[in-house]
Design a protein around this ligand. Structure first.
Ligand code: ATP
Length: 384
């Protein structure tokens, strides 16, 4: 169903992915295992059309060629990404987040059916429909992110490190949820560092090292492979170099802070990387929401509007306004952006589209704040 052939990605002179080939079938879970920096996220981003690097090769879904397509076209083709860090809108409710996922054309005809499917997979989301997502646990937020991706009615669900930051118990729930998603007939492409749990639910797996796929096998065989055990499962196989550093010993209570460890500038750089990525993706990630499609008219009957159905443009505006409040910025009054009339749209004017330029300005200001904090931290000397 999804066939990736000879996919390569370069960031300038750095080749982060080198001729990767893989496939994911219907109802199959395929896991990509690899050390930090191996190119896992790059692989997913290249498949989903959001990679900043130069991408070459083939990505075919049901024989449609997707390399070079815009991200929204790739969603329309049937691939949905749950990005690292989830990317949920914390100030919106569960229901509003899910509704935003139904933005794709392919999802709109059966939005109610998709919602039903998501709520039956994740009954907890049904119980919490009106809860603000920010107030939910990490595991629950991850379910919202997966549910939102499923609202686009995908045939392939791609997930980037979904278990990151979750407790072992929540991890177990998460992987159980993915098993249910698979049973619903979707193909799952899963990037994970939690090799143990992911190999338990996966059908097949690929090992990625320095941008190259070096091995492919059935998940059970991978889990029992001594090399994989040594590299990813903390075992004692002897055929490959261990990728994960041993965990640092816990400091004794009261002992001085060790000199080693991440420097403030490293922490700031990591924070800037994620904020910078957000800033870069802000305008592209939120395309202008088209006017909602008119409800189909059957047998000349008047279409019945869905009660309280949230409008996607309203939700995006609400998320943007909430972000302004959190950052202490007074919401900027914005002139409404004129929108082309939808072919058959009548009725009241649609709400204006949020001004994403001001969002990226705020993000840029945040980056500058982080840089300044890093400089202060570098020169900080504690008083004796
Ligand atoms: P991790 O598990 O730590 O997230 P990963 O396997 O997902 O790592 P990638 O994020 O794909 O690794 O990065 C692969 C390589 O490409 C790394 O060396 C990284 O520094 C580099 N890289 C990733 N994104 C960019 C970018 N936007 N510009 C330049 N180099 C990048």
């Amino acid at each position: 169903m999804l066939e990736v052939r000879n996919l390569s990605v370069s960031y300038g002179k750095h080749r982060a992915l080198d001729g990767a080939s893989l496939r994911v079938g219907k109802g199959e879970i395929v896991v990509i295992l690899g050390a930090n920096g191996a190119g896992k996220s790059t692989l997913l981003k290249a498949i989903c059309g959001i990679c900043e690097g130069h991408v070459a090769g083939d990505v075919n879904l049901e024989s449609a060629q997707l390399v070079g397509e815009k991200p929204h076209k790739i969603v329309e083709a049937g691939i949905a990404l749950v990005p690292e860090g989830r990317g949920v809108f914390g100030d919106l409710t569960v229901e509003e987040n899910l509704t935003l996922g139904a933005y794709a054309e392919r999802a709109r005809d059966d939005e109610a059916g998709n919602l039903q499917r998501v709520l039956s997979l994740f009954p907890k989301l049904g119980e919490r429909r009106k809860q603000t997502v920010r107030t939910m646990s990490g595991g629950e937020q991850q379910m919202v992110a997966i549910g939102r991706a499923m609202m686009s009615n995908p045939s392939i669900l791609a997930l980037d490190e979904p278990s990151l930051g979750l407790s072992p118990l929540l991890c177990k729930d998460l992987f159980e949820s993915l098993r249910l998603v698979k049973q619903a007939g979707l193909g799952i492409l899963l990037v994970e560092q939690n090799a143990k749990q992911s190999l338990l639910i996966a059908d097949r797996g690929y090992l990625l090292e320095n941008g190259n796929i070096v091995h492919e096998d059935d998940a059970k065989r991978l889990a029992n492979d001594p090399a994989v055990q040594k590299a990813y499962l903390g075992g004692s196989g002897a055929t490959t170099g261990a990728k994960r550093p041993a965990p640092a010993p816990m400091p004794k209570p009261g002992s001085p802070r060790p000199a080693a460890g991440p420097k403030p500038s490293d922490i700031a750089a990591a924070a800037m990387k994620s904020v910078g990525a957000l800033a870069r993706s802000a305008p592209a990630a939120k395309p202008a929401a088209p006017a909602p499609k008119p409800a189909p008219v059957t047998n000349g009957a008047t279409p019945v509007p869905k009660p309280n159905a949230p409008n996607i443009a309203d939700l995006v505006a609400k998320a943007s306004a909430a972000a302004s409040r959190r950052n202490g910025a007074a919401p900027t009054p914005r002139a409404p952006v004129p929108r082309p009339a939808a072919p058959h749209a009548t009725g009241p004017a649609q709400p204006s589209i949020p001004d994403f330029k001001s969002s990226s300005d705020r993000l840029r200001a945040m980056i500058e704040d982080i840089e300044a904090a890093a400089r202060r931290a570098e020169t900080y000397k504690p008083r004796r």
